[in-house]
Design a protein around this ligand. Sequence first.
Ligand SMILES: CC(C)(COP(=O)(O)OP(=O)(O)O)[C@@H](O)C(=O)NCCC(N)=O
Length: 471
Amino acid sequence: PSLFTATISQMVTEIIGPKEAGLKKPTIPEGKTRHLCDVYGSLSTEDKATFLRVVSRQFGTDHDEVLKAAEGLPQAKEKSEAALLKAEERLQAALVPRYHDLFVQIGRLEGGVKHLVDMRADTLDLLSTVKDNAELRSFSSCLREMLSHWFSAGLLHLQRITWESSCDILQKISEYEAVHPMKNWSDLKRRVGPYRRCFIFTHSTMPREPMVVLHTALTNQISDNIQTIVSTPILDDEDVEDINTAIFYSITSTQKGLQGVELGNYLIKRVVRELQAEFPKMTQFSSLSPIPGFRDWLVGEINKVLSSTESSSSEDSGVDGPSSTTPALLTSAELKKVAEIAGKEDVLPLVTLKKLLQTNQWMGAESMVETLKDPLMRLCARYLYLEKRRGYAVNPVANFHLRNGAVLWRLNWQADTNPRGISQSCGIMVNYRYFLGDTMRNSQRYMEEQHIEASQQVIDLAQAAGGVDSP
Ligand SMILES: CC(C)(COP(=O)(O)OP(=O)(O)O)[C@@H](O)C(=O)NCCC(N)=O
């Protein structure tokens, strides 16, 4: 390992120059940079991790130099404006990690930007496995910052995908689909056919590679279920008079290394403009989104109640009574009904409910579905509107649309009855609605005050779950 580490340091130093070279760096033959990329590309996952650890640690900011430069500021301020500017430039240079120069050199190569995107994906994978590694985190954010300049809106090319697009692109559209996987060619044909629009962004450094894909349905109302979008037969030609709404029902960013560059946000905004131009009468823009993680969150909440019931060894029969902090998940009457319908009066109702949820068996009986509609809709509103991580919505899709300035607008019961939809979110889907004149303000309030703009339906449901004071 030490020989490998020394070799990495040597190769990087030959490209970015020794530390003492400062700002005067020799022009480096591309050959050394190309060789480093080839070596990196040939490494095993484990050796790539070593490479990333070594470079992020050995070629980060020089803390002593930063301190020295900072200490020189007061004296320079006393001396003159020119001296202060010079001292500030020295500090700015000191704050740029040395691997920044490595990224610049790699980015200049043919295929170098793609190499950096893949290297960032490797870094994110490594970060997901290690405990907090501050140097690696800085390395990743420096790389993200650089990539965000290369992948800004002005440098991305919008392309509409139709059945007449080339096969290699259509194949990638099918393979990359992460939200509602396509089963066959007719699925794919439907999603690019009449009353549908499929747009991608491509980038000159990765031609013929969809960087992000947005699927939109053209309708005359805000869709409340996915079946009518992905399962309807292929329609005849569009009747423009019948279109006034765009439903974003799937968006996928295909390059993991571009996480945090917000390509999806750019694409939605660009597609809205494109559709407004094509359909001047279009007035409604909304997503129809999955709610990944809701079912698992609910099972977790049930486990919390069961373990607290066990530990408090309360005499009552496991009725999910409200505790001082969190309100009851289901009312006693709802729990009683669940036990009755399941024919399990002798088991703790929450244990029965947990099993029904984990096996999707609750969908089997109409009476059970009816009984669970109100509690599941309440709890889903609480999950989306109240469950937070560092102040922001814990659900990643909610966080994405709320950052874009959308409104948490409507929960839809039985909106996705595929097994995947039942397992993911008990079949519930949500509309994040884009009111174009408000998105900027909504986004700002969400990012700065963690305020979630929500409709009365959602607020009432969350309130019924006992989690929110009346606004
Ligand atoms: C939801 C997506 C498109 C957001 O991507 P993007 O706009 O680039 O945001 P970010 O990843 O840069 O924060 C992305 O997270 C994604 O592809 N998620 C998996 C598929 C999905 N839609 O949940």
